[in-house]
Design a protein around this ligand. Sequence first.
Ligand code: DP6
Length: 343
Amino acid sequence: VYLHHMNKASWKSPSNIALIKYWGKQEVGTQLPANASISFTLSQCLTETSIEIAEGSGVEIWLDGNLERSFEPKIVQFRERIRGHFSFISEGKWIIHTKNSFPHSSGIASSASGMSALALCLCDIALAKGELDETSRIQKASELARLGSGSASRSVVGPLGVWGKHPEFEDSSDEYAIAFDNIHPNFEDYRDVILLVHQGQKSVSSTVGHSLINDHPFAKARFEMAQSNMSRMKEILTNGDLKSFVELVEQEALTLHALMLSSNPSFVLMKPGTLMIIEEIRAKRKKDGLNWCFTLDAGANVHFLYPASDEHLALGFVEKVLKQHCQDGAYICDQLGAGPLRQ
Ligand code: DP6
């Protein structure tokens, strides 16, 4: 029974939404960011993953109970990358069961929640085998998650995650994310309604996307801008200045898209619905003086962010105004979360 437990673990881990974006990797090293980033850890968009290391070799991934061969290359690559971290990584057959709380086709990236959940599972096994101490568990899990997918490093911690070395965030590192919780009450339980404008495959994978920044004419300016935006964001989160928050978050989202629009090849990832929602949020803000804003991932969906105290009003606005721009009227209500849970 003991042996059995040593080879099995299960975690539920959330997705996250970046406020200051990670877009671009360092040219030397594996999965190191070109600039620091900070994100809200979510609480409803989750991946639940279990792993069992069994007799044999290779990997087997079951999504919602169905064998998913298309996930294998990514997991095999991940396993290869983290080989040196624990003695047992290359041994046995990985049997992974995974399920998302959000529809797989929703266009919500499951890599952050999925890779962080898997990394946490592996760290539990390492704990049981005496290859890891509880004191370094979170840091190690974040480091492994990063090697699976950069943004996944931030899902291991909450309510906010900071990944990437930055002089104003003590103990920050390019190797793993750290929690940021020095936030003003204005940001407590902050809401994120994810408006599903376009459900389906993204037209640019993040791996391709990140590589486009390497020869981008604006790259250097962008990385400097991100570092200074991190300083501004720290100040805003601490002093609760919602007006500046709105401005900075939208600037970051649109800068991310501006970089893709001006890449070679270039990508237009917004859809007409994305722009409609952006305009509606801005018009409403102007008219009613609300501190509501949006942010975007590398895709068409819009994250509608607002303070918890506006919940009633904002949800009415989603139903009446924003929902019609979503595919099949679909959206997901989420909010700031504390991080992953052992199952
Ligand atoms: C636009 O973490 O998905 O969401 O490291 O190649 O797996 P890889 O990329 P990924 O990139 C996410 C980019 C982003 C911004 C962000 O989350 O910071």
